[in-house]
Ligand binder design. Structure first.
Ligand code: SF4
Ligand code: SF4
Ligand code: FES
Length: 250
């Protein structure tokens, strides 16, 4: 728990994508209700280590500061989570901050997590309404359909689920739980389902849904409580049904 004078933070730093990492320790004044981002801001205002050595401000991503943009994800005391909603009072000290381990480091705590957007593109995670003419009103969704879709639509692309997943690595090329959940979301949308076949085809083969070992780490770390394992089961059923249908039609 935080004491009422200072917060001790150890940060794993790295100056360039290819340089060696190193640790620095900082001490910042404690204030009630501070979170990890506010502590990083304090370090930026006066960048010197706990033993008084001048250093550079820590590089990290953040934007909304209210767990909506998904940018501030990092390892906090070894767990994948959002820095803006990680309250100092709830963390063991010294607090350890590290960049995600499964993504290339850009600098310090900032990582390149663009792979999630490539994966979302691969499964066409959108509603196809592009066109140069007025398509008219889309089909209506019932209240029940909207209620089922809403929890999945809250994904903030933070990649915590991918960092925590034992199957998300270079060997498998696994797309990860977030992408599969978005397949479920867009396959249930009345207009989005037009691309269902292409989405499911993209999840077959290398790096596809069969790589999931149902370890359930993803659902435990998701900051938005997205029903990831339920989504994986449902999409897995859709993939199997399509594959079987294709086989029987041959
Ligand atoms: S259930 Fe396990 S293997 Fe599957 S996506 Fe989640 S963490 Fe990864
Ligand atoms: S499913 Fe959850 S953990 Fe994964 S990217 Fe979306 S919000 Fe983050
Ligand atoms: S700063 Fe946007 S989620 Fe943390």
């Amino acid at each position: 728990m935080a004491n009422n004078k200072s917060v001790i933070i150890k940060i794993k730093r790295q100056n360039t994508p290819t340089s060696k990492s190193y640790w620095e320790e900082f001490s910042v004044p404690y204030r009630p209700n501070m979170n990890v981002i506010s502590a990083l801001m304090d370090i930026a205002a006066e960048p010197s280590t706990r033993d008084g050595k001048a250093t550079t401000p820590i590089t990290y991503d953040s934007n909304c500061l209210e767990e909506v943009c998904g940018s501030c994800a990092m390892l906090i005391n070894g767990k994948a989570r959002m820095a803006c909603s990680a309250l100092i009072d709830s963390l063991e000290q010294p607090i350890r901050l590290e960049p995600f381990s499964k993504f290339p480091v850009v600098r310090d705590l900032a990582t390149d997590r663009s792979v999630i957007f490539e994966n979302l593109k691969a499964v066409k995670a959108w509603v196809p309404i592009d066109g140069t003419y007025d398509l008219g009103a889309g089909p209506r969704m019932s209240a029940e359909e909207q209620e089922a879709a809403y929890p999945i639509s809250r994904c903030i692309s933070c990649t915590c689920c991918m960092e925590a997943c034992p199957q998300f690595n270079e060997d498998t090329g696994f797309v990860g739980a977030a992408t599969i959940a978005q397949v479920r979301l867009f396959n249930t949308h009345p207009t989005g389902k037009a691309l269902q076949r292409e989405r499911l085809t993209a999840l077959m083969g290398d790096g596809g849904i069969q790589e999931c070992g149902y370890a359930q780490n993803c659902v435990e770390v998701c900051p938005k409580d997205i029903p990831l394992t339920k989504s994986i089961s449902e999409v897995s059923g859709q993939v199997m049904k399509q594959a079987l249908g294709d086989l029987l039609r041959r």
